[in-house]
Design a protein around this ligand. Structure first.
Ligand SMILES: [Zn+2]
Length: 102
């Protein structure tokens, strides 16, 4: 096995470990705080499948091991409106009224 193949195997093992952290319905943050993204498997370098935000934010060259799993609901607007989330109802709008019509 070449060194490149060995490194690819290491990355693939890390990707499998991370994918296992995101079973169906598990969401994630790119940091320990901030927006909660929907997570889906995504083909990455050399066909290695990694967990990635549904909205594709930061999925170009970022470190997929930085994803933090959470059971918190998705708060990222782009993820909520993506095709993967269209089958689930959107949360109620939490928008304040500009006029008090009472
Ligand atoms: Zn998102």
């Amino acid at each position: 096995m070449s060194e490149l193949d060995a490194r690819a195997a290491d990355v693939a093992a890390a990707a499998r470990h991370m994918l296992a952290q995101f079973p169906e319905g598990r969401h994630g943050r790119l940091h320990t705080h901030g927006a909660v993204h929907g997570i889906r498997p995504q083909a990455w370098i050399a066909g290695i499948v990694v967990p990635a935000p549904t909205c594709h934010v930061g999925s170009g060259s970022w470190d997929f091991t930085r994803l933090v799993p959470t059971t918190d609901p998705v708060t990222c607007g782009r993820c909520l409106h993506s095709a993967e989330h269209r089958t689930t109802p959107l949360p109620e709008a939490d928008q304040l009224s500009l006029l008090d019509l009472r």
